[in-house]
Design a binder for this molecule. Structure first.
Ligand SMILES: CC(C)(COP(=O)(O)OP(=O)(O)OC[C@H]1O[C@@H](n2cnc3c(N)ncnc32)[C@H](O)[C@@H]1OP(=O)(O)O)[C@@H](O)C(=O)NCCC(=O)NCCS
Length: 153
């Protein structure tokens, strides 16, 4: 599937003014959402913070940190109301390109084992599982491990 401007879908830099919409999506799509402060810190730190707009509405976002030759996708979320349209895949490919442009040679991310759809998406994009971080995430049953995935770019 291709996503183009004909769909009125456009990426943009996440700014402080977008954070109300971002937090709204974050809180509805994660059981353990990031706070507004975390997003503010990412913007302030100069991370690559992207939103996706459909017409004027924010429908998703991604956060990428690049340091030296390593990149880390810290968050990638598409509001459930807009799932299965290829938006996450589009944003992921954009973040991979942006990481490469900033000099990253390897890109990392963590994902919950309980999130098979995201794992499949990352695998199809070229990420491989390279390890597990024990008890990395909050969960309703205590803690949940993280699968660590990486790709060479
Ligand atoms: C997981 C999530 C990001 C998916 O968003 P989405 O916009 O619905 O995803 P897409 O429409 O781009 O779907 C990806 C689809 O393309 C497939 N796909 C992804 N990359 C592909 C590729 N390179 N080639 C072929 N197919 C691909 C996936 O298998 C998936 O298929 P499905 O729709 O049949 O399940 C979204 O549900 C979400 O934000 N969830 C909550 C937050 C979250 O879990 N984020 C990930 C944290 S690590």
């Amino acid at each position: 599937m291709s996503v183009s401007t004909e769909n009125m879908l456009r990426p943009a830099i996440m700014r402080a003014i977008d954070l109300t919409a971002v937090i709204d999506i974050e809180s509805r799509n994660y059981d353990f959402p990031w706070t507004k402060g975390i997003f503010s810190d990412c913007i302030r730190a100069g991370y690559t913070c992207q939103i996706l707009r459909l017409d004027e509405d924010v429908v998703g976002y991604g956060i990428l940190q690049v340091g030296a030759d390593e990149g880390h996708i810290l968050n990638l979320c598409i509001d459930a109301r807009f799932n299965h349209r290829g938006y996450a895949r589009y944003l992921l490919e954009r973040l991979i390109t942006m990481a490469s442009q900033q000099g990253a040679k390897t890109l990392f991310l963590e994902v919950r084992p309980s999130n098979p759809r995201a794992i499949t998406m990352y695998a199809l994009a070229g990420f491989n599982e390279i390890g597990v971080r024990k008890d990395y995430y909050d969960s309703f049953d205590g803690r949940e491990d993280a699968i660590v995935m990486a790709m060479a770019i």
